[in-house]
Design a protein around this ligand. Structure first.
Ligand code: PLP
Length: 397
């Protein structure tokens, strides 16, 4: 048996005729950029996430960049975020000349821990002024903290209430990196991307809703922010050839939007399949021999985890990964090096040991295949291979 980490061909086979028809219609129209399909996607994503506005953009990375730009974040500013995430989260902050301030994660959820954000601000920042004039200054760099960027890692929402409370008390904005979490809900039924001031989504092909190339989207309930993002998306141009802001080219193309419009109605069914797979894995891995060597992911109480990744923490991770590869089972490590220890962020002057939970996670996590079309037999085979690895005779010293 073979179990790839992700196989998109099966999904494509089921929708191929429909996808080819819409791509054909875009070709016939010769309207390639920000046309009817983009508008339709923006409206449907707004209604899906229960947000007032959707702004289609060229990638998830550009969604983050555009959100930060719309909030006016730049040199002299700082944004608090997680070091245990994909590079784009902090990369976009740094590209704008702002400073990423890393805050360690929660052990159980891998997400930014509100209590640690609170402690970081109390320890490393000085809060000046009152009410609307309040400023949070990062002592070491002198930068002004403007925003918090939580990441809903693997498809599970952060504790948004506590983060929003901190942000509103200190006058900070919140930009949700919801790239892995389209469709995720919290206990109150609020959707990922709809709770902070701006939500950012990616339609990279490996995400739960994937385009046939790069694409992304921003959501917001703030009409003024939505308008700013629309203008910044096209070089800050409004009206034509008049530029009051310096924006960029963050436009979404029609072919990607058309593909996404075909796929969006299937998203909830695909999510239900991922959820069933996650439950099967957890049940199987918790009841196997050697179950004490594996920590299965925390299942949220209420709310909805969308399982963009099913990630276990294990002992002897790299050996297990090799043994799964030998059994034709694909796995991946998201993420092997936390961002505060990346070479390009050496100027931020973090040291190993400063973010213990993130560092520990990067040495223990392993993502197993969880795409919708997997079969129960394949999941059983993956779990059985893990069980055999931990019950085999221990390696000779
Ligand atoms: C995928 C991803 C991004 C970037 O999205 P792209 O569409 O690849 O640019 C940003 N943040 C996180 C957490 C992601 O997983």
């Amino acid at each position: 048996m073979k179990v790839p980490l992700l196989d998109l061909t099966q999904q494509y086979e089921k929708i191929a005729a429909e996808v080819q028809a819409v791509i054909g219609r875009v070709c016939a129209s010769q309207q390639f950029i920000l046309g009817r399909e983009v508008l339709k996607l923006e409206q449907r994503m707004a209604s899906y996430t229960r947000c007032a506005h959707g702004i289609g953009v060229s990638s998830g990375t550009d969604a983050l960049l555009l959100g930060l730009m719309a909030l006016g974040i730049g040199p002299g500013d700082a944004v608090i975020t997680s070091p245990f995430t994909f590079f784009a989260t902090a990369g976009t902050i740094a590209r704008l000349g702002a400073r990423p301030i890393f805050c360690d994660i929660d052990r159980a959820t891998f997400n930014l821990a509100p209590a640690k954000v609170e402690a970081l601000i109390a320890q490393d920042c000085e809060v000046r002024g009152e009410g609307g004039g309040r400023q949070v200054i990062h002592r070491k760099s002198g930068c002004r903290v403007k925003a918090i960027m939580p990441v809903h890692l693997y498809g599970q929402l952060c504790e948004m209430d506590a983060l929003m409370e901190i942000a509103s008390r200190l006058g900070l904005h919140v930009i949700e990196d919801a790239a892995q979490a389209i469709g995720a809900e919290d206990r109150q039924g609020r959707m990922a991307g709809s709770i902070g001031h701006i939500g950012c989504f990616s339609y990279f092909p490996t995400k739960n809703l994937g385009a046939f190339g790069d694409a992304g989207l921003c959501t917001t309930n703030d009409a003024a922010l939505a308008e700013r993002m629309r203008v910044l998306r096209v070089h800050g141009m409004e009206p034509k050839y008049h530029h009051s802001l310096i924006g960029g080219n963050f436009r979404l193309d029609e072919i990607q939007a058309a593909v996404l419009n075909v796929k969006l109605p299937f998203l909830d069914a695909w999510m239900a399949e991922r959820d069933a797979h996650a439950r099967q894995y957890t049940q199987r891995l918790q009841s196997m021999k050697g179950a004490d060597k594996v920590v299965t992911p925390a299942q949220p109480q209420g709310g909805r985890h969308v399982w963009n990744q099913y990630v276990i923490r294990v002992q002897r991770r790299d050996e297990l990964r090799q043994s799964l590869a030998a059994a034709a089972i694909g796995t991946e490590i998201y993420y092997p090096i936390p961002l505060h220890l990346q070479e390009c962020f050496a100027y931020l002057d973090y040291r190993g040991g400063e973010m213990p939970e993130s560092e520990r996670a990067s040495g223990e996590v392993l993502a197993l295949p969880v795409f919708p079309e997997l079969t129960a037999a394949q999941i059983d085979y993956v779990a059985g291979t893990i069980e055999r690895f931990y019950t085999a005779a221990p390696p000779q010293p």
